[in-house]
Design a protein around this ligand. Structure first.
Ligand code: UGA
Length: 423
């Protein structure tokens, strides 16, 4: 078992730390925010992620997981240090490496000789050399071990990954990093650092392309009279296509796909290999948000100005509290600009993230006097709501279901005119 430092306690850092302690390693997680660290040591998490709190509780109780302020205490005795800090989107879509390089520079003063510093943050291809330069420690190896977990299923993805990817300058270092995952069954891909970095971007951008494709197919299904749900089901059984990331929706959002697709497109242009497919996927994603707005507009014949719109769901997808680049917020903003009053409910959102947005504490309360109900996040509990009750509270009889979540026949039986995506 090894001594690990984890720098950064976001979705990736916290999940990695909890899972590594679960696997038996001695793990110290560092964050710059003292208040956050104090809470984490009491197993109070600042993010909502199913099952993660329980694993943190178990890690703390075992003595194998602890949280400290700053990298120094975490890394002074470590054998492996994971960089899990944020890489926000900078100008031109390029990833901003400020935090990664600052953390690397700090680690350079701390880590014992022979430490392996492992990049888990999503950094542009070729960043390992910059991390090595910031470390300024020829005795320290820099490896890349990209993370593929999804928010909302972070723990399950971490414990049951489709693959483990490790890139390092030499095979022995890569194997040492891969061995940290002993106890987890998954194919291991060992490669050079640059290829490992590329695998992460190419995977996320592929998902973005796939989703944009599916959303365009759904729009076409509407025109030709096909049912997109049957179409994607039929496509998904083809193992070359795969059934995941095939649901039409209001567009792909979150903290990763939009940022990483833009970063890869920027890298491609800079490298002289422009990626037209990525550009098209980003364009289609903007169009998708516009299509959802058009459906809502069409549902209110007297125009959105002065209309009351009930929205179910604000987060970028279900089972997370993350609002970053949420398609729901993008759609709501346009509805507001068109003069609508929007009342929203989301099980994980307690403060209005947009000016002028009204929040309801229950889904049915959002429906009071509404002209139209719009479903923007696929929280499963919305599917169980009695739509007759929703109808009784609303003025209008229109549903726009941008996640194809609700039971169409139940909606129709409750007197609604139901509009899904691609149906
Ligand atoms: C994504 C990748 O799926 C992870 O593999 C990766 O590790 C992560 O980014 C990251 O780089 O950290 P995540 O951002 O959590 O994970 O979200 P996804 O589940 O991929 O969903 C992205 C967006 O696509 C969401 O807005 C979601 O609602 C949408 N989506 C997803 C659909 O519209 N339909 C689908 O079938 C799936």
């Amino acid at each position: 078992m090894s001594n690990l430092a984890i720098i950064g306690t976001g979705y990736v850092g916290l999940t990695t730390g909890a899972v590594m302690a679960h696997l038996g390693h001695q793990v110290t997680c560092a964050d710059l925010d003292p208040a956050k660290v104090e809470k984490l040591n009491q197993a109070e998490l600042h993010i909502y992620e199913p099952g993660l709190r329980e694993l943190v509780v178990a890690g703390l109780a075992s003595g194998r997981l602890r949280f400290v302020v700053g990298a120094a205490e975490a890394a002074e005795a470590c054998e492996f240090a994971f960089l899990c800090v944020q890489t926000p989107q900078g100008a031109d879509g390029e990833a901003d490496l400020t935090w990664v390089l600052a953390a690397a520079a700090e680690l350079g003063h701390i880590v014992p000789p022979g430490t392996v510093v492992i990049n888990k943050s999503t950094v542009p291809v070729g960043s390992a050399a910059r991390v090595a330069a910031a470390l300024a420690r020829p005795d320290v190896t820099v490896a890349s071990n990209p993370e593929f977990l999804r928010e909302g299923t972070a723990l399950a993805d971490c414990l049951n990954p489709d693959r483990i990817v490790v890139g390092a300058p030499d095979v022995a270092a890569a194997q040492a990093v891969a061995a940290l995952y002993d106890g987890i069954t998954a194919p291991v891909v060992i490669t050079d650092v640059t290829s490992a970095e590329m695998i992460k971007y190419a995977s996320n951008a592929f998902l973005a392309v796939k989703l944009s494709y599916v959303n365009e197919i759904a729009a076409l299904c509407e025109r030709v009279g096909a049912d997109a749900l049957d179409v994607v089901q039929g496509m998904g059984f083809d193992q070359r296509i795969g059934k995941d990331a095939l649901k039409p929706g209001p567009g792909w959002g979150g903290s990763c796909l939009p940022k990483d697709t833009a970063a890869l497109a920027h890298m491609a242009a800079t490298a002289g290999a422009p990626a037209g497919v990525l550009q098209a996927a980003m364009h289609a994603n903007n169009e998708q948000r516009r299509r959802v707005v058009a459906k809502v507009t069409a549902a209110v014949p007297n125009g959105l100005h002065g209309a009351r719109v009930a929205v179910w769901g604000l987060t970028f997808k279900a089972n997370t509290d993350d609002l970053r680049d949420s398609p729901s917020l993008a759609v709501i903003q346009v509805l507001q600009q068109l003069g609508a009053t929007v009342v929203a409910h989301d099980p994980q959102v307690e403060a209005a993230p947009l000016e002028g947005l009204l929040l309801a504490s229950e889904p049915l309360l959002a429906c009071e006097q509404a002209d139209v109900l719009v479903v923007l996040t696929e929280w499963p509990q919305f599917a169980a709501i009695d739509l007759a009750e929703a109808a009784a509270r609303m003025t209008g009889r229109e549903i726009v279901d941008a996640r194809n979540l609700l039971d169409r026949s139940a909606a129709v039986a409750a007197g609604f005119h139901y509009v899904g995506l691609g149906r």
